[in-house]
Design a protein around this ligand. Structure first.
Ligand code: DGL
Length: 268
């Protein structure tokens, strides 16, 4: 028997572990949903590759999830969104949610302030990002900082992250910065380390909750919310997530641990 469309899983995709930070917020908001998480870990990092390469890798990943029968797709990666969201929406007939650096909320939080946006080199070069910055540059001073090499350190869980952050963020510390926007889903996983470098008075913003809310709105509108399992809600949350990676698969253990830290255990 075919499953009702609203009971199909939601596909969440990233080049690696970063998308887990988005998945956390989606599970908290939509605990009745099923998920398939796909990490293209063999090709991570995306952010230092040419745009064309990222575009074809993202299309391949979307195709993989589409063939597994997801009802919608979350591109939980700012870099892949910058490079490929238009093509993904054109090729695949399902709701596609992308990510963009949360500059708008940062500007709304404090007008005429100084904002740092940490992004991958590819995101920084992209047309999409530059038009976003252009839209808000009269409302705040926006300082974009590319962070080549940071995604690799996060993927490896490397101890040198603090040294890296000091080298790129220290020059900014006496510039009266009000907010830091994490424009890469990997960076959300090292929020605490970033705060340590910049000091506690800085606001740190990411687009993860906004993306989760947007996904909910879109699913609601399309009649795709899985609201048939109301009695399943439990605390701590038990999530139904299937994991796939293009790597060895050993990464999945770390993904489950990260979810567990957020109070989410996986059924499978
Ligand atoms: N999580 C991806 C992002 O949000 C990282 C990209 C990469 O693999 O460099 O941009």
């Amino acid at each position: 028997m075919r499953r009702q469309k609203n009971r199909l899983p939601i596909g969440v995709f990233d080049s690696g572990v970063g998308g887990i930070s988005v998945l956390v917020e989606i599970i908290k908001l939509l605990p009745h949903e099923e998920f398939i998480y796909y990490a293209d870990s063999i090709n991570a990092p995306y952010g230092i590759k040419p745009e064309n390469t990222i575009r074809s890798l993202t299309i391949k990943a979307a195709d993989f999830l589409f063939k597994l029968g997801v009802k919608s797709l979350v591109v939980a990666c700012n870099t892949a969104t910058s490079a490929a969201i238009k093509e993904i929406r054109r090729i695949f007939e399902l709701p596609v949610i992308g990510m963009e650096p949360a500059i708008k909320p940062a500007v709304e939080l404090k007008k005429n302030s100084r904002i740092i946006v940490m992004v991958t080199p590819l995101t920084l070069q992209s047309k999409k990002f530059n038009s976003l910055v252009y839209q808000y540059k009269h409302l705040a001073e926006i300082i974009s900082i590319p962070c080549p090499g940071l995604v690799e350190l996060i993927e490896r869980g490397n101890n040198n992250i603090a040294d890296y952050l000091y080298s790129i963020l220290r020059p900014e510390t006496n510039k009266n910065i009000s907010t830091v926007v994490l424009g890469c889903t990997h960076y959300v996983l090292i929020k605490r380390e970033i705060l340590k470098v910049l000091g506690r008075n800085i606001n740190i913003i990411d687009g993860n909750c906004g993306t989760a809310r947007h996904l909910k709105t879109v699913l609601e509108k399309e009649g795709l919310l899985n609201n048939t399992l109301e009695d399943k809600l439990q605390i701590p949350l038990r999530a139904n997530v299937r994991f796939y990676t293009s790597g060895t698969g050993i990464e999945v253990l770390k993904y489950k641990q990260l979810l567990q830290v957020e109070g989410i255990t996986c059924e499978s």
